[in-house]
Design a protein. Structure first.
Length: 315
């Protein structure tokens, strides 16, 4: 039996455990920062495999670090397990079929992220134990992959400083190594505060926050012509002030994602979007609050590790 066959055999031995974790996380379907049951299930499975656990690192309630070994190079895996709003879905259905209309669910196969990294970390641990290879295996339980970014807090606190290599993965339509980078992104909440009034009886007394949000979006649509083609601006309304059309809405909030190939480019575009929002507030006589929710640097792949990973996948 060659080495690749032995590794495959060790992974096969843990196959049912990984599948059970994926199904459990699918069922929990917990959104960002609230992945209590998902994190508990994956961390318990790692603990049962002999990993030592650090709970709630960086003050993140649904984060953890699992470690096996204590010598040799430190090889880490990222595991994520958050769900998205309103994506509730029955398993095995290709068409929209929510389990509960409006409830959270897993987009992009996010229930697989933590389970797949679990299988990889355990396989490496078993390989080291069986062959005597010295290595330290780490698993970072990272909450809020979609909105908030648990791994950003790990990075800021220095958790990756002594890691020699870290591997991540994402479900997709084919098996391949992603040798290219991805866009830097920041998530920003633009909240407008106005003054309510009766829209027919005294509209002159009101200051519409909803008008401000709409004007901001119009301004950003004009801005798109004057930013680099690779950049992206996209948004969702988080607050429209209410549902009564005969009321001047006193509050509105728009959640923007601002993306560009490099951090510096993204930050420059964000400054321009901020100015558009300020202009909308001036035009409508409303107050503006800008709050950065999260941010990620552009991903820079490691070519040596990418080529090694590709070679191993071919084997």
């Amino acid at each position: 039996m060659n080495e690749a066959q032995r590794i495959t055999e060790w992974v096969e031995q843990k196959k049912e455990s990984a599948i059970a974790l994926a199904r459990a996380v699918w069922g929990f379907a917990e959104p960002n920062w609230r992945e209590t049951q998902s994190a508990a299930a994956i961390s318990a499975a790692l603990e049962a495999e002999g990993f030592a656990l650090e709970r709630r690192p960086c003050g993140m309630e649904t984060a953890f670090v699992a470690t096996w070994g204590g010598e040799g190079p430190v090889i880490a895996f990222l595991g994520e397990y958050d769900a998205l709003p309103a994506l509730s879905q029955q398993a095995g259905r290709a068409e929209k079929a929510p389990l509960c209309e409006g409830a959270p669910g897993h987009g992009c196969g996010h229930n697989l992220l933590g389970a797949g990294s679990f299988a990889a970390a355990v396989a490496l641990k078993d390989y080291c134990r069986e062959t005597g290879l010295r290595a330290t295996v780490k698993y970072f339980g990272c909450p809020a992959e979609e909105d908030g970014g648990g791994k950003v807090f790990f990075a800021r606190a220095g958790y990756f400083d002594k890691v020699d290599a870290v591997f991540a993965w994402h479900p997709g339509p084919a098996n391949y190594v992603s040798g290219q980078g991805c866009l830097a992104v920041t998530g920003v909440l633009y909240s407008f505060k106005g003054r309510t009034a009766h829209a027919a009886g005294a509209p002159f007394a009101g200051r519409s926050a909803l008008d401000a949000a709409e004007l901001m979006n119009v301004g950003c649509n004009y801005l798109r012509e004057h930013i680099i083609p690779e950049a992206r601006l996209h948004y969702a309304y988080r607050d429209v002030g209410g549902t009564a059309p005969n009321v001047v809405q006193e509050s509105a909030c728009v959640h923007y994602y601002i993306r560009a190939p490099r951090v510096a480019q993204m930050l420059d575009i964000k400054r321009r979007v901020d100015d558009v929002a300020r202009g909308a507030a001036l035009m409508t006589g409303t107050a503006l609050t800008i709050r950065e929710v999260d941010g990620f640097s552009d991903y820079v792949p490691n070519r040596a590790l990418s080529e090694l990973l590709w070679q191993c996948m071919r084997e």
